[in-house]
Design a protein around this ligand. Structure first.
Ligand code: HEC
Length: 376
Protein backbone atom coordinates (compact mmCIF):
# COMPACT_ATOMS: atom_id res chain seq x y z
CA UNK A 1 0.00 0.00 0.00
CA UNK A 2 1.62 3.32 -1.04
CA UNK A 3 2.05 5.76 1.83
CA UNK A 4 0.01 8.46 0.04
CA UNK A 5 -3.21 6.42 0.49
CA UNK A 6 -2.90 6.24 4.27
CA UNK A 7 -5.76 7.48 6.43
CA UNK A 8 -3.40 7.45 9.39
CA UNK A 9 -1.18 5.42 11.64
CA UNK A 10 -2.36 3.71 14.80
CA UNK A 11 -0.33 2.95 17.88
CA UNK A 12 -1.77 0.33 20.22
CA UNK A 13 -1.21 0.56 23.95
CA UNK A 14 -1.81 -1.92 26.74
CA UNK A 15 -2.92 0.51 29.42
CA UNK A 16 -4.95 3.72 29.56
CA UNK A 17 -2.22 5.64 31.39
CA UNK A 18 0.22 4.82 28.57
CA UNK A 19 -2.31 6.19 26.10
CA UNK A 20 -2.72 9.40 28.08
CA UNK A 21 1.06 9.83 28.27
CA UNK A 22 1.36 9.25 24.54
CA UNK A 23 -1.32 11.84 23.81
CA UNK A 24 0.53 14.38 25.92
CA UNK A 25 3.86 13.55 24.27
CA UNK A 26 2.60 13.72 20.71
CA UNK A 27 0.76 16.96 21.42
CA UNK A 28 3.93 18.44 22.89
CA UNK A 29 5.91 17.52 19.80
CA UNK A 30 3.36 19.20 17.54
CA UNK A 31 1.12 16.37 16.25
CA UNK A 32 -2.38 17.67 15.86
CA UNK A 33 -4.79 15.26 14.25
CA UNK A 34 -5.02 12.71 17.03
CA UNK A 35 -7.91 10.35 17.72
CA UNK A 36 -8.11 7.77 20.50
CA UNK A 37 -10.15 4.54 20.44
CA UNK A 38 -10.73 2.84 23.77
CA UNK A 39 -12.88 -0.02 25.02
CA UNK A 40 -14.38 2.20 27.74
CA UNK A 41 -14.32 5.93 28.54
CA UNK A 42 -10.92 6.91 29.83
CA UNK A 43 -10.90 9.63 32.42
CA UNK A 44 -9.10 12.76 31.25
CA UNK A 45 -8.80 11.61 27.65
CA UNK A 46 -11.35 14.04 26.24
CA UNK A 47 -9.57 16.94 27.86
CA UNK A 48 -6.20 15.75 26.67
CA UNK A 49 -7.47 15.43 23.08
CA UNK A 50 -9.43 18.71 23.20
CA UNK A 51 -12.60 16.88 22.09
CA UNK A 52 -15.21 19.47 21.26
CA UNK A 53 -18.77 19.18 22.52
CA UNK A 54 -21.15 17.83 19.91
CA UNK A 55 -22.98 20.64 18.12
CA UNK A 56 -26.15 18.49 18.16
CA UNK A 57 -27.63 20.09 21.29
CA UNK A 58 -27.16 23.59 19.92
CA UNK A 59 -28.61 22.59 16.55
CA UNK A 60 -31.67 21.07 18.23
CA UNK A 61 -32.19 24.19 20.32
CA UNK A 62 -31.97 26.42 17.26
CA UNK A 63 -34.44 24.28 15.32
CA UNK A 64 -36.79 24.09 18.32
CA UNK A 65 -36.87 27.89 18.51
CA UNK A 66 -37.34 28.10 14.75
CA UNK A 67 -40.26 25.64 14.97
CA UNK A 68 -41.89 27.58 17.80
CA UNK A 69 -41.57 30.83 15.88
CA UNK A 70 -42.87 29.26 12.69
CA UNK A 71 -45.90 27.78 14.47
CA UNK A 72 -46.66 31.15 16.04
CA UNK A 73 -46.29 32.95 12.73
CA UNK A 74 -48.48 30.43 10.91
CA UNK A 75 -51.31 30.63 13.44
CA UNK A 76 -51.00 34.38 13.85
CA UNK A 77 -51.37 34.82 10.12
CA UNK A 78 -54.15 32.27 9.68
CA UNK A 79 -56.25 33.17 12.76
CA UNK A 80 -55.42 36.83 13.04
CA UNK A 81 -54.87 38.10 9.51
CA UNK A 82 -56.13 35.79 6.80
CA UNK A 83 -59.33 34.54 8.45
CA UNK A 84 -59.81 36.28 11.80
CA UNK A 85 -62.01 34.16 14.05
CA UNK A 86 -63.26 35.76 17.25
CA UNK A 87 -63.75 33.14 19.94
CA UNK A 88 -65.45 34.23 23.15
CA UNK A 89 -64.85 37.89 22.30
CA UNK A 90 -61.08 37.52 22.54
CA UNK A 91 -58.54 39.18 20.29
CA UNK A 92 -57.93 36.69 17.44
CA UNK A 93 -54.26 37.60 17.53
CA UNK A 94 -53.64 36.87 21.20
CA UNK A 95 -50.75 34.48 21.57
CA UNK A 96 -52.02 32.40 24.50
CA UNK A 97 -54.36 30.36 22.32
CA UNK A 98 -51.48 29.51 20.01
CA UNK A 99 -49.32 27.89 22.69
CA UNK A 100 -50.41 24.24 22.21
CA UNK A 101 -49.55 24.20 18.51
CA UNK A 102 -46.34 26.13 19.16
CA UNK A 103 -45.37 23.49 21.68
CA UNK A 104 -46.23 20.64 19.32
CA UNK A 105 -44.27 22.07 16.42
CA UNK A 106 -41.35 22.78 18.76
CA UNK A 107 -41.31 19.12 19.78
CA UNK A 108 -41.65 18.00 16.17
CA UNK A 109 -38.77 20.13 14.95
CA UNK A 110 -36.54 19.10 17.86
CA UNK A 111 -37.18 15.39 17.38
CA UNK A 112 -36.65 15.48 13.64
CA UNK A 113 -33.50 17.55 13.99
CA UNK A 114 -32.11 15.30 16.70
CA UNK A 115 -32.81 12.07 14.80
CA UNK A 116 -32.01 13.14 11.25
CA UNK A 117 -29.21 15.50 12.24
CA UNK A 118 -27.50 12.81 14.26
CA UNK A 119 -27.84 10.23 11.50
CA UNK A 120 -27.04 12.31 8.44
CA UNK A 121 -25.11 15.35 9.62
CA UNK A 122 -22.91 13.97 12.38
CA UNK A 123 -22.83 10.25 11.64
CA UNK A 124 -22.72 10.92 7.88
CA UNK A 125 -25.26 8.23 7.20
CA UNK A 126 -24.76 7.53 3.49
CA UNK A 127 -21.23 6.57 4.52
CA UNK A 128 -21.58 3.18 6.13
CA UNK A 129 -18.01 2.59 7.25
CA UNK A 130 -14.94 4.30 8.58
CA UNK A 131 -11.30 3.57 7.66
CA UNK A 132 -10.49 2.75 11.28
CA UNK A 133 -13.24 0.15 11.44
CA UNK A 134 -12.37 -1.30 8.08
CA UNK A 135 -8.69 -1.61 8.99
CA UNK A 136 -9.76 -3.86 11.86
CA UNK A 137 -8.62 -1.70 14.73
CA UNK A 138 -11.79 -2.68 16.56
CA UNK A 139 -10.23 -6.12 17.09
CA UNK A 140 -8.04 -4.47 19.72
CA UNK A 141 -10.04 -1.52 20.95
CA UNK A 142 -13.21 -3.46 21.67
CA UNK A 143 -11.29 -5.76 24.03
CA UNK A 144 -8.41 -4.65 26.22
CA UNK A 145 -6.26 -2.35 24.08
CA UNK A 146 -6.12 1.41 23.67
CA UNK A 147 -5.32 2.93 20.32
CA UNK A 148 -4.07 6.34 19.33
CA UNK A 149 -4.44 7.22 15.67
CA UNK A 150 -2.42 9.96 14.06
CA UNK A 151 -4.58 10.96 11.12
CA UNK A 152 -2.98 11.96 7.86
CA UNK A 153 -5.30 14.84 7.08
CA UNK A 154 -4.94 16.84 3.90
CA UNK A 155 -1.45 18.25 4.47
CA UNK A 156 1.70 16.33 3.66
CA UNK A 157 1.92 13.49 6.13
CA UNK A 158 5.12 11.88 7.23
CA UNK A 159 3.97 8.40 8.13
CA UNK A 160 7.45 7.31 9.13
CA UNK A 161 7.75 10.20 11.58
CA UNK A 162 4.33 9.37 13.03
CA UNK A 163 5.30 5.75 13.51
CA UNK A 164 8.51 6.78 15.23
CA UNK A 165 6.69 9.19 17.53
CA UNK A 166 4.16 6.52 18.49
CA UNK A 167 6.83 3.93 19.14
CA UNK A 168 8.81 6.37 21.27
CA UNK A 169 5.62 7.13 23.18
CA UNK A 170 5.42 3.45 24.12
CA UNK A 171 3.10 1.85 21.57
CA UNK A 172 3.19 -1.97 21.73
CA UNK A 173 2.06 -2.42 18.16
CA UNK A 174 1.83 -0.15 15.13
CA UNK A 175 -0.78 -0.39 12.46
CA UNK A 176 -1.25 1.33 9.10
CA UNK A 177 -4.79 2.48 8.41
CA UNK A 178 -5.37 2.68 4.65
CA UNK A 179 -8.07 4.75 3.00
CA UNK A 180 -10.62 2.21 1.83
CA UNK A 181 -11.88 2.73 -1.67
CA UNK A 182 -14.51 3.96 -2.20
CA UNK A 183 -15.30 5.35 1.24
CA UNK A 184 -18.69 6.81 0.28
CA UNK A 185 -21.73 5.24 -1.27
CA UNK A 186 -21.57 8.03 -3.81
CA UNK A 187 -24.19 9.41 -6.15
CA UNK A 188 -24.61 6.15 -8.00
CA UNK A 189 -25.09 4.27 -4.75
CA UNK A 190 -27.65 6.81 -3.59
CA UNK A 191 -29.54 6.46 -6.87
CA UNK A 192 -29.48 2.70 -6.51
CA UNK A 193 -30.73 3.06 -2.93
CA UNK A 194 -33.54 5.34 -4.11
CA UNK A 195 -34.46 2.92 -6.90
CA UNK A 196 -34.52 0.03 -4.45
CA UNK A 197 -36.68 2.07 -2.06
CA UNK A 198 -39.06 3.00 -4.86
CA UNK A 199 -39.32 -0.59 -6.05
CA UNK A 200 -39.97 -1.72 -2.48
CA UNK A 201 -42.71 0.88 -2.05
CA UNK A 202 -44.32 -0.05 -5.36
CA UNK A 203 -44.20 -3.75 -4.50
CA UNK A 204 -45.64 -3.01 -1.08
CA UNK A 205 -48.46 -0.96 -2.59
CA UNK A 206 -49.27 -3.61 -5.16
CA UNK A 207 -49.17 -6.29 -2.49
CA UNK A 208 -51.51 -4.33 -0.26
CA UNK A 209 -53.90 -3.76 -3.16
CA UNK A 210 -53.89 -7.44 -3.94
CA UNK A 211 -54.42 -8.31 -0.29
CA UNK A 212 -57.38 -5.97 0.07
CA UNK A 213 -59.03 -6.47 -3.29
CA UNK A 214 -58.03 -9.86 -4.60
CA UNK A 215 -57.08 -12.03 -1.62
CA UNK A 216 -58.91 -15.23 -2.34
CA UNK A 217 -61.51 -15.71 0.36
CA UNK A 218 -61.81 -19.45 0.63
CA UNK A 219 -64.67 -21.40 2.11
CA UNK A 220 -65.36 -21.81 4.99
CA UNK A 221 -64.16 -18.25 5.59
CA UNK A 222 -66.10 -16.72 2.72
CA UNK A 223 -68.18 -14.62 5.15
CA UNK A 224 -71.23 -15.05 2.92
CA UNK A 225 -69.37 -13.14 0.20
CA UNK A 226 -69.61 -16.03 -2.16
CA UNK A 227 -73.25 -16.95 -2.59
CA UNK A 228 -75.83 -16.60 -5.31
CA UNK A 229 -77.65 -13.38 -4.57
CA UNK A 230 -78.79 -10.18 -6.19
CA UNK A 231 -77.05 -7.02 -5.05
CA UNK A 232 -78.92 -3.73 -5.03
CA UNK A 233 -79.63 -2.31 -8.51
CA UNK A 234 -78.56 -5.54 -10.23
CA UNK A 235 -80.56 -6.94 -13.08
CA UNK A 236 -81.86 -10.50 -13.11
CA UNK A 237 -82.94 -12.72 -15.96
CA UNK A 238 -85.12 -14.67 -13.53
CA UNK A 239 -87.90 -12.07 -13.47
CA UNK A 240 -89.88 -11.16 -16.52
CA UNK A 241 -89.18 -7.43 -16.17
CA UNK A 242 -85.43 -8.13 -15.72
CA UNK A 243 -85.22 -6.22 -12.43
CA UNK A 244 -83.32 -7.68 -9.49
CA UNK A 245 -84.97 -5.45 -6.91
CA UNK A 246 -88.56 -6.49 -6.14
CA UNK A 247 -91.32 -4.59 -4.34
CA UNK A 248 -92.69 -6.40 -1.27
CA UNK A 249 -95.54 -8.78 -1.95
CA UNK A 250 -99.04 -7.29 -1.88
CA UNK A 251 -100.30 -6.74 1.67
CA UNK A 252 -97.01 -7.54 3.41
CA UNK A 253 -96.22 -5.71 6.61
CA UNK A 254 -92.80 -5.14 8.13
CA UNK A 255 -92.07 -7.07 11.29
CA UNK A 256 -93.43 -5.38 14.42
CA UNK A 257 -95.56 -3.01 12.33
CA UNK A 258 -98.72 -5.10 12.15
CA UNK A 259 -100.55 -2.99 14.75
CA UNK A 260 -99.74 0.21 12.88
CA UNK A 261 -100.93 -1.22 9.62
CA UNK A 262 -104.31 -2.05 11.12
CA UNK A 263 -104.87 1.27 12.88
CA UNK A 264 -106.88 3.93 11.10
CA UNK A 265 -108.81 6.95 12.37
CA UNK A 266 -111.97 4.85 12.03
CA UNK A 267 -110.74 1.80 13.94
CA UNK A 268 -108.67 3.74 16.50
CA UNK A 269 -111.50 4.65 18.86
CA UNK A 270 -112.05 1.02 19.80
CA UNK A 271 -108.43 0.16 20.55
CA UNK A 272 -107.62 -0.63 24.15
CA UNK A 273 -104.23 0.03 25.72
CA UNK A 274 -102.46 -3.32 26.00
CA UNK A 275 -100.17 -2.16 28.81
CA UNK A 276 -101.16 -2.28 32.49
CA UNK A 277 -100.94 0.81 34.68
CA UNK A 278 -97.80 0.16 36.65
CA UNK A 279 -95.09 2.53 37.93
CA UNK A 280 -92.67 1.08 35.32
CA UNK A 281 -95.07 1.77 32.45
CA UNK A 282 -95.82 5.27 33.72
CA UNK A 283 -92.12 6.02 34.10
CA UNK A 284 -91.42 4.77 30.57
CA UNK A 285 -94.30 6.89 29.33
CA UNK A 286 -93.03 9.91 31.21
CA UNK A 287 -89.56 9.53 29.74
CA UNK A 288 -90.92 9.23 26.20
CA UNK A 289 -93.38 12.11 26.74
CA UNK A 290 -90.67 14.41 28.05
CA UNK A 291 -88.36 13.54 25.22
CA UNK A 292 -90.89 13.75 22.41
CA UNK A 293 -93.99 15.73 23.36
CA UNK A 294 -93.01 18.32 26.00
CA UNK A 295 -91.43 20.79 23.56
CA UNK A 296 -94.85 21.40 22.05
CA UNK A 297 -97.46 20.39 24.58
CA UNK A 298 -95.68 21.52 27.78
CA UNK A 299 -94.83 19.53 30.93
CA UNK A 300 -98.46 19.00 31.98
CA UNK A 301 -99.76 18.72 28.41
CA UNK A 302 -101.83 21.92 28.69
CA UNK A 303 -100.40 23.33 25.46
CA UNK A 304 -98.04 25.86 27.11
CA UNK A 305 -95.40 25.37 24.51
CA UNK A 306 -91.68 26.03 24.78
CA UNK A 307 -91.78 26.92 21.09
CA UNK A 308 -91.58 30.50 19.83
CA UNK A 309 -94.47 31.94 17.82
CA UNK A 310 -92.29 31.23 14.77
CA UNK A 311 -93.49 27.60 15.01
CA UNK A 312 -96.75 28.81 13.50
CA UNK A 313 -99.21 26.21 14.84
CA UNK A 314 -100.77 26.13 18.30
CA UNK A 315 -100.23 22.78 20.04
CA UNK A 316 -103.47 21.42 21.44
CA UNK A 317 -104.26 21.82 25.13
CA UNK A 318 -104.62 18.15 25.97
CA UNK A 319 -106.22 19.05 29.31
CA UNK A 320 -109.25 20.42 27.45
CA UNK A 321 -112.57 18.67 27.97
CA UNK A 322 -112.49 17.44 24.38
CA UNK A 323 -109.35 15.43 24.90
CA UNK A 324 -110.42 14.10 28.29
CA UNK A 325 -113.20 12.47 26.34
CA UNK A 326 -110.84 10.96 23.73
CA UNK A 327 -110.44 7.21 24.04
CA UNK A 328 -106.96 5.77 24.58
CA UNK A 329 -107.02 4.43 21.05
CA UNK A 330 -107.68 7.88 19.59
CA UNK A 331 -104.67 9.37 21.37
CA UNK A 332 -102.62 6.39 20.22
CA UNK A 333 -103.69 7.05 16.65
CA UNK A 334 -102.72 10.75 16.91
CA UNK A 335 -99.23 9.77 18.13
CA UNK A 336 -98.94 7.30 15.28
CA UNK A 337 -100.27 9.40 12.42
CA UNK A 338 -100.26 12.99 13.70
CA UNK A 339 -103.12 15.41 13.20
CA UNK A 340 -103.25 18.53 11.02
CA UNK A 341 -100.15 20.56 12.03
CA UNK A 342 -98.82 17.82 14.30
CA UNK A 343 -96.59 15.30 12.59
CA UNK A 344 -96.76 11.61 13.44
CA UNK A 345 -94.25 10.20 15.89
CA UNK A 346 -94.28 6.56 14.84
CA UNK A 347 -90.64 6.84 13.88
CA UNK A 348 -89.59 8.07 17.33
CA UNK A 349 -91.56 5.70 19.56
CA UNK A 350 -92.06 1.98 19.31
CA UNK A 351 -95.45 0.47 19.98
CA UNK A 352 -94.92 -0.08 23.72
CA UNK A 353 -93.67 3.46 24.20
CA UNK A 354 -96.67 4.90 22.37
CA UNK A 355 -99.06 3.09 24.69
CA UNK A 356 -96.90 4.08 27.68
CA UNK A 357 -97.22 7.74 26.59
CA UNK A 358 -100.98 7.29 26.41
CA UNK A 359 -100.99 5.92 29.98
CA UNK A 360 -98.83 8.77 31.20
CA UNK A 361 -100.98 11.36 29.43
CA UNK A 362 -104.02 9.89 31.19
CA UNK A 363 -102.20 10.25 34.52
CA UNK A 364 -101.43 13.90 33.71
CA UNK A 365 -105.03 14.57 32.84
CA UNK A 366 -106.25 12.97 36.02
CA UNK A 367 -103.71 14.96 38.07
CA UNK A 368 -104.96 18.24 36.57
CA UNK A 369 -108.61 17.37 37.14
CA UNK A 370 -108.30 15.67 40.51
CA UNK A 371 -111.51 15.14 42.46
CA UNK A 372 -111.82 14.92 46.20
CA UNK A 373 -112.38 11.19 45.87
CA UNK A 374 -108.92 10.89 44.30
CA UNK A 375 -107.28 11.94 47.55
CA UNK A 376 -106.03 9.07 49.67
C1 HEC B 1 -93.85 19.73 17.00
C2 HEC B 1 -94.82 19.98 18.02
C3 HEC B 1 -95.62 18.83 18.57
C4 HEC B 1 -95.12 17.70 19.17
C5 HEC B 1 -93.65 17.34 19.41
C6 HEC B 1 -96.25 16.93 19.57
N1 HEC B 1 -97.38 17.57 19.21
FE1 HEC B 1 -99.23 16.92 19.58
N2 HEC B 1 -99.99 18.53 18.62
C7 HEC B 1 -99.25 19.55 18.09
C8 HEC B 1 -100.13 20.49 17.46
C9 HEC B 1 -99.66 21.76 16.76
C10 HEC B 1 -101.43 20.01 17.64
C11 HEC B 1 -102.72 20.63 17.17
C12 HEC B 1 -102.99 20.00 15.81
C13 HEC B 1 -104.17 20.62 15.16
O1 HEC B 1 -103.98 21.63 14.51
O2 HEC B 1 -105.24 20.06 15.30
C14 HEC B 1 -101.30 18.78 18.38
C15 HEC B 1 -102.36 17.98 18.75
C16 HEC B 1 -102.25 16.84 19.50
C17 HEC B 1 -103.37 16.03 19.91
C18 HEC B 1 -104.81 16.29 19.61
C19 HEC B 1 -105.11 15.88 18.20
C20 HEC B 1 -106.56 16.10 17.86
O3 HEC B 1 -107.22 15.09 17.66
O4 HEC B 1 -106.99 17.26 17.84
C21 HEC B 1 -102.87 15.00 20.66
C22 HEC B 1 -103.62 13.86 21.31
C23 HEC B 1 -101.46 15.17 20.70
N3 HEC B 1 -101.11 16.28 19.98
C24 HEC B 1 -100.58 14.33 21.36
C25 HEC B 1 -99.22 14.41 21.27
C26 HEC B 1 -98.33 13.47 21.90
C27 HEC B 1 -98.72 12.31 22.78
C28 HEC B 1 -97.10 13.85 21.56
C29 HEC B 1 -95.78 13.14 21.90
C30 HEC B 1 -95.66 11.83 21.37
C31 HEC B 1 -97.21 15.05 20.73
N4 HEC B 1 -98.51 15.36 20.58
C32 HEC B 1 -96.13 15.72 20.22
C33 HEC B 1 -97.88 19.68 18.10
C34 HEC B 1 -97.04 18.72 18.59
Amino acid sequence: MPEARLFGVAGIFGEPCRLLEAVARLKASGWERLQAYTPYPVRGLEGALDVKRSPLAGTVLAMALAGTALAWLMQWWMNGVDYPTVVGGKDPRSWQALVPIMFEVMVLFSCLTAALGMLFLFNRLPRFGHPVLEAGLGRFTTRDKFALVVEAGAAAFDAEAARRALREAGAETLMNIPVPAPAFVGLRGLLRLAAAGGALAAAGGAGMYWLIKLWPVLPPMSHMLVQPRLDAQMSSAFFADGRGMRPPAEGSVARGRLAEALVSSRTAAGLAAPLPVTPAVLMAGRRAFERTCVVCHGPVADGTSLLTPAYGAVPANLQARKFLAYSDGMIYERILRGHNAMPGYAWALDDDRRWAVVRYLRALQRAQHAKESDLP
